[in-house]
Design a protein around this ligand. Sequence first.
Ligand code: PFF
Length: 427
Amino acid sequence: MGAIAAAAGSAVGLGNIWRFPYIVGEDGGAAFLLLYVFFTIVISIPVLMTEFSLGRMTGQPVTSAFKTLCPGGKWQAIGILGVLTAFLIMSYYNIVSGWTLYYSVASVGGWLEGLSEDQIRQFFINISTDSVSCVVWLILILAATAFIVAKGVSGGIERYSKILMPLLFLLIIVMLVRSVTLSGAAEGLTFYLKPDFSKITPKTVFDALGQSFFSLSIGMGTMTTYGAYIQRTQSLSGLAMRVAAVDFLVAFLAGAVIFPCVFAFGINPGQGQGLVFVTLPNIFNMMPLGRLFSVAFFSLLVVAALTSSISLLEVVVAYIKTSFNMGRRKATVIASALTLLFGVACAFSPTFFYIVDNATANIMMPLGAFFIVIFAGWILPTQKIFDELSIHGTRFKLFRAFCFILRYVVPIVILIIFANGLYCWLA
Ligand code: PFF
């Protein structure tokens, strides 16, 4: 159960509740959603299964997994790319966690209560442009994450999150009921659920693949590390599908809460990274016991963010520990200090923040996934993956289809999307 909870804890986080809605809003709604679902089923689930397999096969975290499977080879670079990606993601991810923490404190203080839509927008602008405050909240979050990782007690928070995450889920359902019954909600649901295919552009496709990877924490070895802890009796395909289903459900419901409210209040859906923070307080203000719900929601979101940032920091710490032969505590301090440095850069430069957010999800993670599937599909003996995916001598029935996807579909789709993106960028 530990490995499953940890994998789900890594997957479900700000990517589902903060990033997904803002990207859907920027990319025009339902058509993006369809693309996202398509990529998750056809590309991301097979990549997740592959990462789990590589981890369990070697029993090691990502950088050493490739070293073991291909000694002396260049494939270890995949692990290093993953470490770099984790490091860059952390630098802005923790800022958003910091905003979330600030919103839970603000909810306790009732500072958002009774504010108009305009005032709520201003509230977010004030915090997100106050770089010094952003750094202070970032330090608090980073310190909590580092403490948990340094002590090696992430199992503790995973145990809590097994109770707290279903609670967050229930809360989202309650918010959904309020949101879809707002007057003007129908327009939001149409935006979210009725596809307008003319909205599909190369950017939409690029974003959909990147979001799918980001949300499932794949393409950088995080899930390879968790794979090492999954018991042999567990079916990796079943597990990958369950993690993907839970992850999708949370993101989908978050969108279903946000967009009716966005349209009911005349908020611009394409406004970017602040979308969730300028929208949700309006819902709480229209709910009985709204303040209480607001406190609970933002606090639980902090926990969801923490379990994800723990998994990010773990990737970097594991690498520093093994490469420089260092103790866990020292490695954590170094990794956190470096993260803080980049975090400060993100806090002071929204452009840097935006670039890191997009480059990690849309370029670095698909690139990592590309090399992972090339390695697993073309370099590693097929039998090895087959053995991992089959349990108790029961053959994994879809193995041929899986191999085809791994060898051809995933790499070709990633290449086409990259080439298309590059073409549009240069044009
Ligand atoms: N999947 C996380 C989320 O949706 O919030 C973000 C993430 C965590 C990405 C860990 C990558 C990772 F290694």
